[in-house]
Write a protein that binds this ligand. Structure first.
Ligand code: CA
Length: 727
């Protein structure tokens, strides 16, 4: 152990290559401000955001007051200085290096002249919204080892600002209130029912009526989902709503849980967690004083393991309306009864007033992972529309009489492998869609990315499902994924789109196909524009009516975060965070990804008309794979290593040991690190960077086999590169 400590210290002192970069040091570099601005407007003013202001957010388009702009979460701005005619003059006003190489997913909040945003590891920054000057920053000091509990990167999607405070939830499950003027901590509380369980928080809290609402993630690992409301003043718990029932031999928390338990049959789901985590969308509706929560997938994914006796498994994959003051259940709509595919309904929800079949309705809209776009009457949850917005093969249609999807038996994977669309990334993920009410169009970052679904082989062979504490528990076969993919036959093509979708007709107005599937959220404006950053590293402005590209800027950094816009002293700004990762680390290397080519150096970019700031030109990474250590591993050893790698390592380090450039590419492992595999994987000498010990899941033998597989893969790709160079 002392030897390992010494090694760790030596490595850290030596500035140890990629791993040290991965530490995501807190930002210290000042922003590049490009032009002097009047001192008066740059003096930080901390505007008092309250319920009324968020409710009337559209009446002050100069600000961006809450996660989705206002309580409706339409991500639509009435600003129009930047419009179809002027957008060609849009240029960089300033940028800030966020000292991060993990995904940046945050929506900044802008009030008066201050901007509040979050970065990886749940850090918070308060900046001048005019110059980018840092006013304060706050680091909740999330333990690096907590990264192991995060299915989808150490990300954070944003803060809430309310009555002079900034609220942020940390990856390790704390809710923290900061003084908006100084960044001083006012209070922090633990939101987790069990800190040993694999919970994480990546979502933005929402605020209303003096309460802060927050959920959590962790369904892949096996946890029970819930949402909690806290007193914004004191941090005291006001109410908690569980999304799935607990152990039925114990008293239920509420009659609602008793009702939900009747839809779970035959298994011991409470031992597997059940899932249903609320990791992204929570929307407050002032018109009905309701809170809508988007509920996630089942844990494990495969329903035959989770609930072998059948049943819909409430409230998995559902939109649930709660009384915002008491947390009492009001209604629900389940998008995917008996979820079997990781079809979360946690995607962002948009509230709007729309005429539907001649009747004015207050609607809620969502494009969840399952590929259908839903329009509900939010007064009662009545289903008004359900149309496919992408290719979805698991179900033929939604029966509008019953409100239920009709599954296609041709895609039943209980006995044989099936390529199914959408896959676990969904037809649309957390990357927010924007909604233009006048045009009646939702602008969706859509995907068609299939998965070869196949039941867990051990369960198939023995009938016993082994729940792995601290690992992924999907119930579908991941270890032998390469063989499973081959068994599934020809996969459907992977595609990415930006789609303008009419929720009432259920038809696309236009669609732009994109080169890579994993792109950013969207912003729509009165200027007739839709803004989006993509995985190639470009931010683009599209014509809202036609999808024509009117402006494009190459930032050489892949995007996921949604852009926002604001206006101060008659200058309209468009701001967006760059930096990829998130849920598609598994997808790995791609020659199209800016992160693969240039690395993943997170930054905040702010544009205005006639902006003249320039980003430093990046240099392409040296991607040649180093010479590997000699290995006498047998084919069986390598096959065993491949299985362990894909069960345990691939979700972060990428399919076939090819990383997207966000976390270290193991094929690039140098001689020194190749000599420290066991110290890294078992002793956890790099835990501080997020690479915690896996000694609870793997032994020395496993690690040797994984290393043999990675060396084998590195040699294969070296040989392929050499052959290509000779051609
Ligand atoms: Ca999931």
């Amino acid at each position: 152990m002392i030897r390992n400590l010494v090694i760790a210290i030596v490595l850290i002192a030596a500035g140890f290559g990629l791993y040290t970069v991965m530490q995501d040091e807190p930002a210290t570099t000042p922003t590049v401000a490009v032009e002097p601005v009047a001192a008066e407007s740059t003096t930080p003013k901390v505007g008092m955001i309250d319920d009324e202001r968020i409710k009337n957010a559209t009446s002050e388009p100069g600000n961006w007051l809450s996660y989705g702009h206002g309580y409706e979460e339409q991500r639509f701005s009435l600003l129009e200085q930047v419009n179809k005619d002027s957008v060609s003059k849009l240029g960089l006003a300033w940028f800030k290096d966020m000292q991060s190489n993990r995904a940046l997913e945050s929506t900044p909040i802008v009030v008066d002249n201050m901007m509040f945003l979050t970065t990886a590891w749940s850090r918070v920054y308060a900046l001048s919204a005019i110059t980018g000057e840092e006013i304060w920053s706050y680091d909740p000091k999330v333990p690096g080892a907590w990264a192991r509990k995060a299915c989808c990167d150490v990300v954070n999607r944003g803060a809430a600002v309310y009555k002079g405070r900034v609220y942020v939830a940390s990856l390790d499950g704390r809710l923290i209130a900061l003084d908006a003027a100084t960044g001083e901590e006012v209070w922090q509380i633990n939101t987790l029912i069990d800190r040993d369980a694999d919970y994480t928080i990546t979502g933005a809290p929402r605020v209303a009526n003096g309460k802060v609402f927050i959920g959590n993630g962790g369904a892949e690992y096996g946890v029970r989902g819930y949402v909690t409301a806290y007193d914004a003043d004191t941090g005291e718990q006001v109410w908690r709503f569980y999304t799935v029932p607990g152990d039925p031999s114990k008293p239920f928390e509420s009659p609602t849980m008793e009702m939900a338990a009747e839809t779970w049959k035959g298994g011991e789901w409470w031992k597997l967690g059940g899932g249903g985590t609320v990791w992204n969308s929570i929307v407050y509706d002032p018109e009905f004083d309701q809170l809508y929560i988007g509920v996630g997938n089942g844990s494990p994914w495969a329903r035959d393991i989770r609930s072998p006796g059948g049943g819909d498994n409430l409230f998995l994959s559902s939109i649930v309306a709660l009384d915002a003051d008491t947390g009492t259940y009001k209604w629900h709509y389940q998008t995917t009864p008996k979820d079997n595919w990781d079809y979360t309904a946690v995607q962002d929800m948009v509230l709007a007033d729309l005429e539907v079949d001649g009747v004015d309705r207050k609607v809620l809209m969502q494009a969840p992972k399952n590929g259908f776009f839903y329009v509900l009457d939010r007064s009662n949850g009545e289903l008004l529309r359900a149309n496919k917005y992408v290719t979805a093969t698991w179900a033929t249609h939604v029966d509008m009489d019953t409100g239920r999807p009709v599954e296609d038996p041709a895609y039943d994977y209980s006995d044989e492998t099936k390529w199914i669309l959408p896959g676990p990334l969904g037809g649309h993920n957390w990357q927010a869609m924007a909604f233009d009410e006048k045009r009646r169009l939702a602008f969706i970052p859509a995907m068609e990315n299939p998965l070869s679904y196949s039941m867990d082989e051990e369960w198939k062979n023995t009938g016993v499902y082994k729940h792995i504490v601290g690992g992924w528990n999907t119930g579908i076969e991941l270890g032998n994924i390469m063989q499973v993919m081959a068994e599934g036959g020809t996969p459907p093509k992977v595609r990415g789109y930006l789609k303008a979708f009419d929720p009432i007709t259920g038809k696309e107005k236009w669609a732009v196909e994109q080169i890579h599937h994993w792109n950013g959220g969207t912003l729509a404006t009165e200027g007739g524009l839709v803004f989006q950053g993509n995985s190639l590293g470009e931010v683009k402005a599209y014509d809202s009516d036609t999808g024509d590209v009117l402006w494009s800027y190459n930032a050489f950094t892949s995007f996921l975060a949604p852009p926002i816009t604001y206006q101060i002293d008659d200058v309209q700004y468009v701001a967006i965070l760059a930096g990829t990762g998130g849920g598609d680390l598994f997808g790995g290397e791609s020659n199209h990804l800016a992160s693969t080519t240039y690395g993943n150096f997170g930054k905040l970019l702010v544009f205005k008309l006639d902006g003249t700031a320039e980003l430093p030109q990046p240099t392409a990474l040296n991607r040649s794979i180093p010479v590997q250590p000699a290995s006498d591993a047998s084919a069986e050893d390598i096959a065993r290593g491949e299985n362990v790698y894909h069960s345990t390592c691939a979700v972060c380090h990428g399919l076939m040991a090819r990383s997207s450039g966000v976390v270290p590419d193991l094929r690039m492992t140098n001689e020194l690190r190749n000599g420290l595999y066991k110290e890294i994987v078992l002793d956890g000498i790099l835990a501080g960077t997020g690479m915690a010990s896996f000694a609870d899941l793997l032994d020395e033998n496993d690690v040797e086999k994984v290393q043999a597989y990675v060396i084998h893969r590195a040699n294969e790709d070296r040989a392929a590169a050499a052959a290509a160079a000779e051609d």
